[in-house]
Design a protein around this ligand. Structure first.
Ligand SMILES: *Cc1c(COP(=O)(O)O)cnc(C)c1O
Length: 364
């Protein structure tokens, strides 16, 4: 079997060094003689870990002191509900900027709990982000929700919107910790861990203090940010192992040079792929507008419209070389290469070499 290079969109590749640490710590966690998997969530051992993971989040993102960091079960989509349940009651209405499948889902979930204003005209072709001057923002909105990186459509914000004082809430599930972010520009940042910072089941939530204490009365306690801040993310048994893995991944990012380094690598890796696409005379085709092309998820077609037979052959050939999980999401078809933090430059170079070879064989 060839060496495997995993370009999956999520759950995605974890750094090899992190696996080594997990392997070492699995059955004897920090000298306790037992695994973290069988350790009480009320123990000093877990309390220390819980603090350690919050601390590394705070260091990496320079989280200001008026923001709380919590870990919640239910992943990214759990927070689709939590965002509305915790915030929409402030005015009864919320703005959603829908730039792809995930923000569309978030808006749909929020509708259960209040009025949702769609900031952009509805579309099913998510290939750009209209200029802010064209946005229909409601000054009375409780918050403005964006998804900073649309994992399926490959659309990534290249700016932080100006919401005129209305709290900005961002789903960063698929580009969390891929670059430095000015946290003070956001009211809430959240994301599931399994794309870029760990494994599934846990959401990392960073919430500004003044946005606490406004949950709807029907908000379940396990989704109530205020309750969970007070309980220091140990209200009930948390997804401890997922939180642990997230911590080890974040410490790995820190050792590697932090978020500026991750951004430098993300730019390098994604450019390698986009460059081959651009230089292929239309053989490969990336539908997303250049300024908002994602550095994490790169969807592309072979030809425009996509040539199903060639795409199948491309994927088959890629699999044979160990370049796996490259099939595009069923909503958009084609091919998608995810180049998260754990994917190395060498792995992307292997993909790009294959893309060039495939192009030479099939063009003209
Ligand atoms: C994967 C993903 C989600 C959903 O995460 P789950 O943990 O599966 O609920 C939400 N938003 C974005 C941007 C994602 O990529």
């Amino acid at each position: 079997m060839p060496k495997i290079h995993n370009f999956g969109a999520g759950p995605a590749k974890l750094p090899e060094e992190v696996y080594e640490i997990i392997r070492k710590e699995l059955t004897d966690f920090e000298g306790t003689g037992i695994s973290l998997l069988e350790t009480s969530h009320r123990s000093p051992t877990y309390f220390k870990l819980n603090t350690e993971v919050q601390d590394v989040v705070r260091r990496l993102l320079n989280v200001p002191s008026n923001y709380k960091i919590i870990f919640l079960a239910g992943g990214g989509q759990g927070q689709f509900a939590a965002v509305a349940l915790n915030l929409i009651g402030r005015t009864g209405t919320a703005d959603y900027v829908v730039t792809g499948a995930w923000s569309a889902k978030a808006a749909k979930e929020a509708k259960k709990y209040g009025k949702v204003n769609l900031v952009l005209p509805p579309t099913d072709k998510y290939v750009d982000i209209p200029d802010q001057s064209k946005w229909n923002l409601d000054p009375n909105a409780s918050y403005v929700h964006i998804c900073t990186n649309e994992t399926i459509h490959g659309v990534e914000f290249d700016f932080i919107p100006d919401t005129k004082g209305v709290p900005l809430v961002a789903d960063m599930s698929s580009n969390f910790m891929s670059k430095s972010v000015d946290v003070s520009k956001f009211g809430v940042i959240y994301g599931g861990a399994q794309k870029n910072i760990g494994t599934s089941g846990v959401a990392l939530v960073i919430v500004r203090e003044d946005l606490l204490n406004s949950a709807l009365p029907i908000c379940p306690s396990i989704l109530d940010w205020t309750v969970n801040v007070k309980a220091d993310s140990i209200l009930n048994t948390p997804p401890m192992f997922a939180i642990y893995i997230m911590g080890r991944v974040l410490q790995w990012i820190e050792r590697k040079g932090g978020l500026d380094k991750m951004e430098e690598l993300a730019t390098k890796k994604s450019s390698l792929v986009y460059d081959v696409i651009e230089q292929s005379n239309g053989f490969y085709y990336a539908p997303v507008a250049k300024n908002v092309r994602s550095k994490m998820n790169i969807p592309f077609r072979i030809g425009s419209p996509g040539n199903d037979a060639l795409e199948k052959e491309f994927l088959k050939g890629a699999d044979a070389l160990g370049l796996i999980q490259l099939k595009g999401h069923r909503d958009v078809g084609g091919i998608r290469a995810s180049t998260y933090n754990a994917v190395t430059v060498e792995e992307v170079e292997a993909l790009v070499a294959y893309m060039k070879k495939f192009y030479s064989k099939h063009s003209n």
